[in-house]
Design a binder for this molecule. Structure first.
Ligand SMILES: [Ca+2]
Length: 453
């Protein structure tokens, strides 16, 4: 019997003419059941020609919910034939069950619509076919309050991490309270002003470091991004602060934002230097709060996700902490021990290489895109790795997508080593490198956000 089914599927796949012959519902049910047996990871089948779509965000209809048995398949086929003619199978690890559903496809650049449909149909996730990833749909977590602290102006992963935060905002999965730019030079804050506007959040406050790292190295320069002009010499990108506005001091904006938030409610994603954080911790009472900076941090912040650190056998050299080692030493020395910290070491993001060519092609849906603009004027691919988004993704989505170390304490040495001492009561953990499949899925997740519009 199994051999017959296999032969039927193979024939259908290799002989379109054969596939075009109408199958009876009974034959379709046999094929669908067999597809489930042969595809433990899931499948989508087009009933008209038994092909498997290569693209599309697949969302199951609520009407065929809980079809787990062979005897449910005829109802799934009936619904699919009355709708888009697609049947999907998926294994849900949480309940160890394989489900068959009538499926609705959405274009891959329409994630928001797909997620809204999924929520309306009681579905917990959607499947993005070409990227081979699932995206959760059952989120409304605006109370995840994020402050994003970056060294905008050198690597483009800071920009992609910020893009992820805007997309999470679109999905109501977090509230971005503010952006701190810890790389001095207002051009870097102006770049954030551009992104805020481009992604539809023009009023997110921006703070800028003024006493930070002197002349840090620049990997991919984009200090002129905010001032880009089109061929008619008009500004290419909108800004809120503009040329005449001013930015609040980075640590001061931290104070203002933290003072206004509920206790232990704020998550910080720090993907640059920790100079503004160190200056916050050394600050005294002001117009925003009678508390010292250290007390304010302890009272309001629950977790800090840090891009940086070197652990285990890695022979990498840390950049973010060593670039301003005095500030970093003070930050790690004084950080309240009841604030959770999670490191995203460079080696975890290393395999996530988003090539210049792929970035430009993923953003070809628009002429003027600030990130694409940077790449269009680069003479060479600088092989940018997507380090920073990994800290942001965990800050918003929690631990589920990551392999993490045990708990412990981290001490920073004057030469920039992050020494880890295991202790179940410790406040620190670090991300562990994933396998090739994990790295690809993470990069594909970032790419999925690049194509949304
Ligand atoms: Ca960075």
């Amino acid at each position: 019997m199994k051999k017959t089914i296999l032969a039927l599927c193979l024939l259908a796949a290799t002989l379109p003419a054969f596939a075009q012959q109408q199958f009876t519902d009974k034959e379709l049910a046999t094929v669908i059941w067999a597809m489930g047996q042969m595809n433990p990871q899931g499948f989508t089948l087009k009933l008209s020609d038994l092909s498997q779509p290569k693209e599309g965000i697949m969302v199951s209809y609520g009407a065929t919910q809980n079809s787990t048995d062979r005897k449910n398949i005829p109802a799934v086929i009936k619904h699919a034939k009355a709708h888009e003619g697609l049947v999907g199978g998926s294994f849900i690890p949480e309940d160890g069950t394989y489900y068959f559903d009538s499926t609705r496809p959405f274009p891959e650049d329409s994630l928001a619509a797909a997620l809204a449909f999924a929520r309306a149909n009681g579905q917990k996730s959607v499947y993005v076919t070409s990227k081979d990833i699932h995206v959760k749909s059952n989120y409304e977590q605006k109370d995840i309050r994020i402050i994003y602290d970056c060294d905008m102006g050198s690597s483009t992963d800071d920009l992609f991490a910020l893009m992820m935060l805007y997309r999470y905002m679109d999905m109501h999965r977090c509230t971005l309270l503010g952006v701190i730019v810890d790389r001095m030079d207002r051009a870097n804050a102006d770049a954030v002003d551009v992104l805020n506007n481009y992604y539809g959040y023009p009023d997110i406050p921006i703070g800028l470091e003024t006493k930070g790292v002197e002349a840090p190295r620049v990997f991919i320069p984009y200090h002129n991004l905010a001032y880009a002009r089109n061929t008619d010499a008009e500004p290419l990108f909108k800004r809120t602060v503009g040329d005449n506005g001013t930015y609040m001091e980075g640590y001061k904006l931290y104070r203002k934002l933290l003072a206004a938030q509920p206790d232990k409610s704020v998550t910080i994603a720090s993907v640059g230097f920790v100079t503004c954080l160190a200056r916050l911790m050394e600050s005294g009472p002001d117009e925003y709060s009678p508390l010292s900076g250290l007390d304010l941090l302890q009272k309001k912040v629950k977790a800090i996700y840090l891009m940086g650190g070197v652990f285990g056998k890695s022979d990498q050299h840390d950049y973010n902490f060593t670039a301003a080692i005095d500030y970093s030493l003070r930050f790690f020395r004084d950080l309240p021990r009841d604030i959770d910290i999670v490191f995203s070491p460079g080696e975890v993001g290393d395999p996530l290489y988003y090539s210049a060519e792929t970035i430009i092609s993923d953003m070809d849906w628009t002429d003027a895109h600030p990130i694409k603009w940077i790449y269009e004027f680069l003479n060479e691919d600088k092989f940018q790795k997507m380090w920073d988004p990994l800290a942001v993704i965990q800050a918003v989505e929690g631990d589920e997508l990551f392999n993490l170390s045990e708990r412990g304490w981290v001490e920073l040495t004057p030469t920039g080593e992050t020494n880890f001492t295991p202790d179940p009561k410790g406040n620190a953990r670090y991300q562990l490198p994933g396998d090739a499949r994990w790295s690809k899925a993470m990069l594909n997740y970032i790419r999925l956000m690049s194509i949304q519009h």
